[in-house]
Design a protein around this ligand. Structure first.
Ligand code: SF4
Length: 364
């Protein structure tokens, strides 16, 4: 770490400038002043995958359903996944519940106030621990998330990518150096706000309160920092989504744990490489492929095809409307016939909910 950047005079001047700016221009977020560690924790986990604006209705729905950590710990996992629906990364919802069980069951509902103990909880990383400690307990927990990583990288004119381990190490070293003992929660929020509103991708340096402390600006290197690492191209997967109906029911499977959307409900899917010719409407090959799953079906047509990105995959999904006529399901996932009216009660991925919604429309 460059001492010129983090000398104590630099730190004091930086903190003063950030606080002054925050008093004048900080965002008016609905959770400002929230000190309940349970609510801080859930919010921070949700914010890892969506924007401030989008997170509000999800938070309201989640807290309506699980107002206290005890309710979350005692809930059926399916209810937790249903409340999480639409956010993706369902392992985070499972980790939330596993951590809630630990806090309630092993720690008598008493939250630890140290970063190290918090990091021992499932799904709680260094950022989340620092956020809980500083926002809920007003203790100096350092933070690095997307907004602050961009800000710190530019302050230091860091030539390493924040995505590599040595780069992350430098960011955390700066975060530890600058977090104050006095009102650290407010200070951390100010840093996040500064990164989210001023030190953005196309930074607004002319109105930046810490421009005098910014090495990237001084060197004219703002545009190339943070340094980017090349991202691997997504892998394309082509799948058929089998919407198999029998009277007023549709067949749903529960995706196995450890697979994509594990634990959630959805439709049986077939890879395109099973030999199905996607470009041939009314294709007999669909019916033939489905017969391998134990069913005789009548091909009824196609629902709208769409694309959906999940982790490093780009799924090309083609839902197909099929009418069951005979046979027993012998696919590898467990499944059952569910009344079309009840499909809404099962937790589903965003992609499969889209198909379920279209099914509900055509079944009216
Ligand atoms: Fe970011 Fe520009 Fe401020 Fe530097 S001067 S911290 S690049 S907004």
């Amino acid at each position: 770490m460059d001492e010129a950047v983090v000398g104590s005079e630099w730190v004091s001047r930086f903190r003063r400038a950030v606080r002054r700016w925050y008093a004048r221009a900080g965002r008016d977020l609905p959770w400002i002043g929230e000190r309940d560690p349970y609510r801080v924790w859930v919010r921070e986990i949700m914010l890892q995958q969506t924007t401030v604006k989008a997170v509000v209705p999800f938070l309201e729905r989640f807290f309506d359903r699980f107002p206290r950590i005890e309710e979350l710990a005692a809930a059926d996992e399916q209810d937790v996944l249903r409340a999480w629906e639409g956010l993706g990364y369902y392992s985070r919802a499972r980790n939330l519940q596993a951590a809630a069980k630990k806090i309630v069951g092993e720690w008598d509902g008493i939250w630890p106030t140290g970063v190290v103990e918090l990091e021992s909880l499932p799904g709680v990383g260094r950022y989340t621990a620092g956020a809980i400690v500083s926002f809920a307990f007003d203790k100096p927990g350092p933070i690095v998330e997307a907004n602050t990583a961009r800000l710190y990288s530019r302050l230091m004119a860091m030539t390493l990518s924040p995505a590599v381990s040595a780069g992350r190490k430098r960011l955390w070293a700066l975060a530890e150096r600058i977090v104050p003992k006095k009102r650290p929660g407010e200070f951390n929020q100010a840093l996040i706000d500064l990164g989210a509103t001023v030190c953005i991708s196309e930074p607004r340096c002319e109105e930046c309160p810490v421009r005098m402390s910014c090495r990237a600006l001084e060197r004219g290197e703002v545009a190339r920092i943070p340094v980017k690492t090349a991202r691997a191209a997504p892998t394309d997967l082509h799948e058929l989504v089998l919407v198999v109906r029998r009277e007023d029911a549709v067949f749903l499977v529960q995706h196995p744990a450890g697979e994509r959307w594990g634990g959630l409900w959805g439709f049986p899917r077939l890879q395109r490489d099973t030999g199905v010719k996607m470009d041939t409407p009314e294709s007999q090959s669909v019916v033939d492929a489905v017969s391998l799953l134990g069913w005789d079906v009548e091909f009824r047509g196609w629902f709208k095809a769409f694309r959906h990105s999940v982790t490093r995959f780009r799924l090309h999904l083609q839902p197909v409307d099929l009418l069951w006529s005979d046979g027993e399901w012998n696919g590898t996932s467990s499944g059952e016939w569910v009344s079309i009216n009840d499909v809404d009660t099962r937790p589903m991925s965003v992609a499969e909910r889209r198909v379920a919604t279209e099914l509900a429309e055509v079944s009216k």
